[in-house]
Write a protein that binds this ligand. Structure first.
Ligand code: TYM
Length: 336
């Protein structure tokens, strides 16, 4: 049985970008394929501590699983939910992969460059982040890894590390599908990168400082609608999908399509020839606020206990699978 695997860091409340770019596509894919695929959804809590976490960390962690459930994730015996730090094999696999990763390829990782830019001191965890991510994926022989476009470079690194390892030791690791195949599998039409509402040339990020840059899933529907209404657009007075010249307008079209589960091309066709940006903003603001109203109600109906039960069975499964693969890797390195 093939494996679909993804993770989301929980340093703070997820943004609409996390949700539309990764969580919602994952839920749709999981529900479609979980009868004949393993579906692993895990919390990369070790990835979280590359930056400081606050007292709400455990609450956010539980909440993020509730988000998947509220988004409609159906649970069956093939769906596995677990926390990374409860499966120690991840850390060990990361160390072993460190020994085949090159400084050159690691230094080219754009997320590392972005996160370290202008800082006088940067922790090693930020640099090593993609190798731990590769360990997360390779331990479970994952074929499909639904993530947003910003993570594609890490996925490529994972493929390269797996191929390098196999070249040296034989076919032990499963190389995940190429990014083009991942995008096809996600059925989102194109790679997703939801933009910062105030500065749409950048991705919507948890760490953005501007209040109107991002929508958080716990924003009140009214607050979220206001943020959409104040989104930066352009002066071309033409509604069309052109991420390069009109990233603000294109971002709004994409948000509307994803949130209403409508093909992007259909949404673009609806607005063809329209010129009033205010109308588009009103439509998207309504879509987002209606969605948040229902979504927040669903979240509050899910108990913490339900999430802990999922962790209990998920972590038992994850340790079994990960330890088995780790042993093969340790043997290849003559560690066992
Ligand atoms: P994180 O928490 O930074 O992002 C979680 C997911 O959200 C996607 N994402 C976006 N998608 C579209 N538009 C945006 N503006 C946007 N912002 C974030 C990210 O692409 C990601 O899919 N490194 C991973 C966590 C991780 C992981 C893994 C994922 C650790 N190990 C193994 C898959 C497999 C990350 O970026 O988390």
């Amino acid at each position: 049985m093939k494996t679909i695997l993804t993770g989301i860091r929980v340093n703070s409340e997820p943004t609409l970008g996390n949700f539309l770019g990764a969580m919602l596509p994952m839920v749709r894919i999981a529900n479609k394929h979980s009868l004949d695929h393993h579906v692993n959804i895990f919390i990369p809590d070790l990835h979280s501590i590359i930056s400081e976490v606050d007292g709400d960390f455990q609450k956010n962690l539980i909440n993020s699983i509730k988000i998947y459930l509220a988004a409609g994730l159906k649970i069956n015996e093939n769906v596995h939910v677990y926390r990374q730090s409860y499966v120690p094999a991840h850390s060990e696999m990361c160390w072993i992969l460190n020994c085949i990763a090159n400084m050159g390829e690691m230094s080219r990782m754009t997320q590392f460059k972005d996160k370290s830019e202008g800082k006088s001191s940067v922790n090693v965890g930020i640099f090593d982040y993609p190798v731990l991510m590769a360990a997360d994926i390779l331990l479970y022989s994952a074929n499909y890894v639904p993530v947003g476009e910003d993570q594609f470079q890490h996925l490529e690194l994972t493929r390269n590390l797996a191929m390098r390892f196999n070249h040296k030791f034989g076919e032990i690791l499963t190389v995940p599908e190429k990014t083009e195949e991942q995008v096809k599998f996600m059925e989102t039409g194109e790679p997703i990168r939801i933009r910062d509402l105030s500065n749409p040339t950048k991705k919507m990020s948890k760490s953005a400082i501007g209040e109107n840059s991002k929508i958080l899933l716990n924003d009140t529907p009214e607050k979220a609608a206001k943020k959409i209404m104040s989104a930066t657009t352009d002066s071309l007075a033409k509604i069309q999908y052109d991420m390069f010249n009109q990233p603000g307008i294109s971002n709004l079209l994409q948000i509307d399509a994803l949130i209403n589960n409508q093909p992007l091309q259909e949404v673009i066709a609806t607005w063809q020839g329209e010129t009033h940006y205010g109308d588009l903003k009103k439509r998207v603001a309504t879509s987002v606020s209606t969605f948040l109203t229902h979504f927040q109600e669903s979240i509050s109906a899910i108990s913490d206990d339900m999430v802990y039960e999922l962790f209990e069975t998920g972590e038992e499964y994850a340790n079994e699978v990960a330890n088995k693969k780790l042993l093969e890797v340790q043997k290849a390195f003559s560690l066992r």
